[in-house]
Design a protein around this ligand. Structure first.
Ligand code: FES
Length: 111
């Protein structure tokens, strides 16, 4: 898959050094400084989160940090807009379910 080389908010950037990160525990590679979403897309990952109510998949929509469809849990922090968050070495990126803080999961586990 092609990589993003120019971004409407982040501008044009040079490809950084190759770095490793994990997506839902699986090791992956990307380039330092590129948006997390770009690295994931290059690896074929298009679903970033599932909605709280209907558990519908969401991914990149606006790509400029406005819509929140691309939010994920990054290094344990939920609601990170991955379309504008630069990739760094060793990041632990996880699919976000609901609000990403466990509140939805706890509520849904009750009978
Ligand atoms: S895709 Fe809209 S905020 Fe990232």
């Amino acid at each position: 898959m092609n990589r993003l080389a120019e971004h409407p908010v982040l501008g044009t950037y040079e490809r950084g050094r190759r770095v490793t990160f994990t997506f839902d525990g699986e090791p992956m590679e990307g380039f330092e400084g590129e948006p997390i979403a770009a690295a994931l897309r290059a690896a074929g990952v298009l679903t970033h989160r599932y909605t709280a109510k209907n558990k519908e998949p969401r991914g990149v929509f606006c790509a400029i940090g406005r819509c929140t469809d691309c939010v994920m849990v990054v290094n344990g922090k939920p609601n990170v807009r991955t379309c504008v968050e630069p990739l760094c070495e060793g990041m632990a990126i996880r699919t976000q379910h609901g609000l990403g803080n466990g509140a939805v999961a706890e509520k849904e586990e009750r009978p």
